[in-house]
Ligand binder design. Structure first.
Ligand SMILES: O=C(O)CCC(=O)C(=O)O
Length: 259
């Protein structure tokens, strides 16, 4: 039972699977060349990382080979469907799980100081995460993502005592995937990185889309040099509005999609 989807627009069947599971897996979302270029960029960014697990925010500002993931054609049409064309890139992260390390921590995405699940039941879609595996994760213990399907609809939490454990439920899904696979998931799905028992570091990149009024978490403001050089679409997705959502919600301009 794997919620497999195809790169490109969201089909009705994929939408149904996304609503049931809370995530989709899109194999071969990236070409080998894009995966390799993004991996090389990630290694440059993490050249001085010494921690077991570390994420670097707004990496697209620093590494041009990470910018096109903002509107990658394998995933972006699905994001548009789920948000009905009104959203921003709330954050983007380049994440390393070091060789022979582990950092298990089951969580739902959002804000620890005021959890999204405290807003309503079920937790609303506020951070839609597109994660791209840049290193092979086709066997267990390669730093794979571990997910609990359907847990974005659970009214009860994963017990606190379990959240540092490897195996927390018979329904957990340890995702096996090749480099170049994308995982698209709802903030409410409980997930954790699996330990990495390999001799090489594991890299994932994450692009997180939100309604336009949610504060960014990877940057206080977008680098003006990036804004000046990027495309009109990517500039709009940065959400650099002069008066966000004001007056009366009219301060959010339309995104210049190309179709
Ligand atoms: O790439 C990873 O290690 C997973 C990151 C993650 O779960 C998160 O940042 O919420």
């Amino acid at each position: 039972m794997i919620p497999l989807a195809q790169p490109g627009p969201m089909t009705e069947d994929e939408r149904f699977m996304f609503e049931c599971f809370g995530y989709l897996i899109i194999e071969d979302a990236l070409t080998r060349a894009e995966t390799e270029a993004a991996l090389a960029a990630s290694k440059r960014l993490h050249a001085n990382t010494n921690e077991a697990w570390r994420q670097i925010g707004a990496a697209f500002e620093k590494e041009p080979d990470l910018a096109h993931f903002i509107d990658h054609p394998a995933i972006f049409p699905k994001v548009r469907t789920l948000y009905r064309d009104v959203f921003v890139l709330q954050s983007a992260w380049c994440t390393l799980q070091a060789a022979r390390s582990e950092s298990i921590g089951w969580h739902q995405d959002g804000s620890g100081v005021f959890e999204f699940r405290d807003l309503s039941y079920p937790p609303p879609l506020l951070q839609l995460r597109a994660s791209y595996s840049l290193t092979d994760q086709s066997r267990e213990f390669m730093g794979n993502m571990m997910m609990i399907p359907g847990s974005h609809r659970s009214p009860v939490l994963l017990p606190e005592s379990r959240r540092r454990q490897l195996t927390v439920s018979p329904i957990q899904h340890n995702i096996l995937c090749k480099a170049g696979t994308a995982l698209l998931f709802h903030n409410g799905v409980w997930h954790s990185p699996m330990p990495n028992h390999q001799d090489i570091d594991r890299y994932n990149i994450h692009y997180i889309y939100s309604p336009p009024w949610l504060r960014r978490s990877d940057r206080f403001a977008t680098d003006p040099a990036f804004l000046a050089e990027t495309t009109a679409l990517r500039r709009a997705l940065m959400g650099e509005y002069e008066r966000p959502d004001a007056p009366f919600g009219a301060g959010v301009p339309e995104i210049p999609f190309e179709d």
